[in-house]
Design a binder for this molecule. Structure first.
Ligand code: DQA
Length: 148
């Protein structure tokens, strides 16, 4: 079965408890359940990974790329705005990558307006809540012809 990697960065393990007025009341586990349902419909497998540590995310991107995963959905969270290491990891993975932000980073503080990782992503979805991940999955499935 074709696999898509879903990576979430720092503090996203605290979804549900963390600023629900911005990120909603649902947890990371709820997100995984939602995506599993969508992946089942599409006939895809998902590999989930969350870390608060930059190096662990870098390692995971390399691992998934070497394992032959078919696409990457990543919310690098705060590392989007700072991490050249994560940007390089995405770039050299050569994976078709969709960057997702739950909130609209362009309507928030100015320091969130720039994402260094988005420059090497195929596309970015920002501000659509959990639906952004679902749409990213749908895009990858169709774009990469994974459902044939
Ligand atoms: C976020 C937006 C980032 O600016 C922030 O640091 C996050 C979450 C989002 O999903 O909206 O942790 O990536």
């Amino acid at each position: 079965m074709k696999t898509i990697a879903v990576l979430n960065g720092p503090n996203l393990n605290r979804l549900g408890a963390r600023q629900p007025e911005i990120y909603g009341k649902a947890s990371l586990e709820d997100l995984h359940t939602l995506l599993q349902g969508k992946a089942k419909e599409l006939g895809l497998a998902l590999s989930f990974f969350q870390s608060n540590h930059e190096g662990a995310l870098v390692d995971e991107i390399g691992r998934q790329s070497d394992a032959g995963v078919h696409g990457l959905i990543i919310n690098p969270a705060a590392f989007s705005h700072t991490s050249i290491a994560l940007r390089d990891a995405i770039e050299c993975s050569e994976l078709v990558t969709i960057e997702v932000h739950i909130s609209n980073i362009y309507s928030r503080e100015p320091f969130r307006h720039h994402s260094v990782t988005s420059e090497v992503a195929t596309g970015v979805i920002s501000g659509l809540g959990f639906e952004g991940y679902s749409l990213a999955l749908q895009y990858l499935a169709h774009h990469l012809n994974l459902t044939q």
